[in-house]
Design a protein. Structure first.
Ligand SMILES: Cc1cc2nc3c(=O)[nH]c(=O)nc-3n(C[C@H](O)[C@H](O)[C@H](O)COP(=O)(O)O)c2cc1C
Length: 337
């Protein structure tokens, strides 16, 4: 209420990247969020589940990009999420694309971003993680070559409980090379040879049968090479003249139908052999139920946090608990088909 009535109008009177920076500043006030944690954390045992074997208190994850440099993961966790995806981090620092590179589409409850991986690099992330109390559940990493990815993986794996490979940002020139099945296979084989923790791959969304076939080929390769899970999906590429690059990645509510369709396709492809995380347009308990029923094990959220504010996870978790009790379902797993 406080967020929507006062803070959001104030933040939204500012350019999006400035508002974003202010939000980050607020999240760095860790003591504040720690004190508010008992209010945000639902801790209802019926919501407890796991992510590729890692126990999590509820199925809501904060998606990659929310804390690119892992500076305030503790605060995000104190908002009541079951897990957080830190990053995307790269081996070396990257400035990202020229500004403006972030835009709100309030009527759609959506954002368009063309950030292009601004990252302070793995050295800073490692230092930041030393100051956090919790080991991140997932760390998202990326690179433009197999060697860069592999070196980033070697540095990142000891820092987190699992790793998500981001080969799907639409805003980074060069990353699409990993949409080619043989390049993708080479990448996975290189990372796999040193693997010690669960591994996820975040796939791009698709909208036509050709793209669908290509992305599902990547999913099949991931399955064949023993990857633990798929996060479906990243932002949808769109034209947007108001950002400097002229195009960016759409996120938020308009993505939900595609997310549900892609999750169902991926589940159909991999059966019960892999974890599936639904990501894109999820903002209510009803959306979570649809995603879980459609084959997801967990969900990941970013844009709804910007629109709904810090009470979002608490609200969704509370509604999920109610729904399970009303239907006399003993655990969240009983929602699944
Ligand atoms: C500002 C912004 C930055 C993002 N940065 C990343 C990123 O670094 N790595 C990544 O894998 N996805 C990134 N994403 C994509 C989100 O993780 C997520 O896949 C996408 O926004 C769809 O989920 P949503 O509709 O809940 O936002 C970013 C999204 C936004 C809006």
């Amino acid at each position: 209420m406080l967020y929507k009535a006062f803070l959001r109008p104030l933040l939204w009177s500012l350019p999006p990247e400035l508002a974003h920076a202010l939000g980050e500043w607020a999240l760095r006030r860790k003591l504040l969020w720690k004190l508010l944690a008992p209010f945000h954390n639902t801790r209802d045992p019926v919501l407890a589940t796991s992510l590729a074997g890692i126990p999590i208190p509820n199925p809501l994850g904060v998606a990659a990009g929310s804390d690119k440099d892992c500076a305030y993961l503790d605060s995000l966790m104190n908002l009541g999420f079951g897990y957080a995806v830190g990053g995307t981090v790269t081996l070396h620092p990257r400035p990202g694309n020229p500004r403006p590179r972030l835009l709100r589409r309030p009527r759609q409850k959506a954002l368009v971003n063309a950030l292009g991986f601004p990252s302070l690099g793995i050295d800073v992330v490692e230092a930041n993680l030393r100051k956090q109390s919790a080991v991140p559940t997932v760390l998202s990493i990326s690179g433009l070559t197999v060697d860069e990815f592999r070196r980033c993986y070697q540095r990142s794996a000891p820092l987190a409980r699992s790793i998500e490979l981001n080969v799907s940002s639409p805003n980074t020139a060069g990353l699409r090379v990993f949409h080619d099945p043989s390049a993708f296979r080479e990448l996975l084989e290189s990372v796999n040879s040193r693997r010690t923790t669960p591994l996820f791959v975040k796939i791009p969304p698709y909208s036509d049968p050709q793209e669908q076939q290509n992305v599902l080929t990547l999913v099949r390769i991931a399955r064949e090479l023993g990857v633990d899970g798929i996060t479906a999906a990243n932002t949808r590429p769109v034209e947007e003249p108001a950002v400097k690059m002229g195009r960016g990645g759409l996120s938020g509510k308009p993505l939900l139908p595609d997310t549900l369709r892609i999750v169902a396709d991926v589940r159909n492809e991999v059966g019960e052999t892999m974890t599936v995380n639904a990501c894109g347009g999820i903002s209510t308990a009803d959306d979570v139920v649809k995603a879980l029923k459609g084959g997801a094990d967990t969900v990941q959220i970013y844009t709804a946090l910007v629109y709904e504010g810090p009470g979002l996870a608490r609200r969704i978790n509370r509604d999920l608990s109610r729904l399970l009790r009303n239907r006399s379902l003993p655990t969240i797993h009983h929602l699944k088909p």
